[in-house]
Design a protein around this ligand. Structure first.
Ligand SMILES: Cc1ncc(COP(=O)(O)O)c(C=O)c1O
Length: 382
């Protein structure tokens, strides 16, 4: 999700301000040799050497075989739907960043929103099944906050009805489930390397394919459909990652384990700080998960002395910019709210969660003293 700040917030920033996230950046001096290499080669884009090296390095790090880099995750989603020729209706979650559903509209596909499980915050396979119509061609679930979907349950439904599954894995960098990468489930998975993500290339993304044939099609689609100078095989788009972003990715990858370790520690401290408050709930990771601690959503439950919005405002007064991820629900935005299914299908859990959630500051460089300020602010309870 993108962390753009409201205008009034920008004018109120001070040295003490704590943001919901802060991009992880490798030491600048280490980047200079990469820049020199790019300047010397004069290859700036079009699948150059850094692009190739980053694809190989990420495949190895993530434990996947066929990764295609993109200039951002949204173009990855749009292209993934094109690559599988998805049409008609696609079942997806309203509890996500708006790019998930927007990728459907960009393909002229009708999003059908279904409710999420209140514990995992991910799409419930039984509710997916209930929403299938003759027009349904695919399911677009999100591993929300990096917490894996019920991949087996979703695959069963997809197999029974002959549907494709494209995972929006924007939050799921490095996540493992039962010891293996979560990115190998479904027909395709799409990552985001946006500045706010666990692993960033400033802007960037990737599609994970099951085999080299599908990856080749995706490589063509992200490069205007070009195969060679005179052959165009598809109405492709320009979704290529530049050499600068790929080089940044290679450098960032050298430091990712430390960043993940720091996130784990920040999450542990939040967990310890709030576990005695029964009206505050943190995400419970599913069993068998190696998590990336991409976010720290806190749910303000009924009976808490202040509402989620009161807490959000009060934190701002303490110079702490938490964000209400994901609020409002995507299905309430103007381009979605008049879809017939948005009214017919109950989105009760997603709706409740979006009224309760506040995402606390979570990043690798959050200092213990800063985190203590966040914890104290939450615990003051108005
Ligand atoms: C769930 C989800 N899907 C898609 C995206 C889009 O990714 P990008 O910003 O790289 O286009 C984001 C984040 O921005 C996201 O949080």
């Amino acid at each position: 999700m993108n962390a753009s700040l409201p205008a009034e917030a920008v004018s109120a920033l001070t040295e003490e301000t704590i943001f919901v996230t802060q991009p992880y950046l490798s030491p600048l001096d280490d980047f200079i040799p990469y820049l020199r290499e790019i300047w010397d080669s004069k290859v700036l884009t079009n699948g150059g050497p850094f692009h190739q090296r980053l694809e190989a390095a990420l495949e190895e790090y993530l434990g996947v075989d066929h990764l295609a880099l993109f200039s951002n995750g949204t173009l990855g989603l749009v292209t993934a739907l094109q690559a599988l020729r998805i049409t008609g209706e696609v079942i997806t979650t309203p509890y996500s960043f708006v790019a998930t559903a927007h990728s459907l509209l960009w393909n002229g596909i009708k999003p059908v929103f279904v409710d999420v499980d209140p514990h995992t915050l991910n799409m419930d396979p039984r509710k997916i099944e209930a929403a299938i119509t003759p027009q349904t061609t695919a399911i677009l679930p999100v591993h929300c906050y990096g917490n894996p979907c019920d991949v087996e349950g979703i695959q069963d439904v997809a197999d029974n009805y002959g549907l494709k599954v494209i995972y929006d894995a924007a939050h799921a960098f490095g996540v493992k489930y039962k010891g293996a990468s979560i990115l190998n489930h479904g027909d395709l998975s799409v990552l985001s390397f946006h500045a706010t993500k666990v692993f960033n290339t400033f802007e960037g993304g990737a599609i994970i394919s099951p085999n080299s044939r599908v990856k080749l099609r995706i490589d063509h689609l992200k490069n205007f459909g070009l195969v060679d100078e005179t052959t165009i095989v598809a109405p492709g788009i320009n979704g290529k990652m530049s050499e600068i972003c790929a080089a940044i990715g290679l450098l960032q990858l050298r430091h990712i384990d430390r960043a993940l370790e720091r996130r784990r520690e920040v999450y542990r401290r939040y967990h310890e700080a709030f576990e005695d408050i029964p009206t505050l709930r943190l995400l419970e990771p599913v069993e068998g998960l190696t998590w990336n601690h991409a976010y720290c959503p806190l749910f303000v439950l009924p009976g808490h002395p202040e509402s989620r919005d009161q807490l959000y405002q009060r934190m701002k007064e303490h110079d702490i910019f938490a964000r209400r991820y994901f609020y409002p629900l995507v299905s309430t935005f103007p381009m979605y709210k008049n879809l017939a299914d948005s009214k017919r299908i109950s989105l009760e859990n997603a709706s409740t969660l979006s009224q309760q959630v506040i995402s606390l500051p979570m990043h690798a460089d959050l200092a213990p003293a800063e985190q203590d300020r966040v914890i104290d602010a939450v615990r003051q309870q108005g």
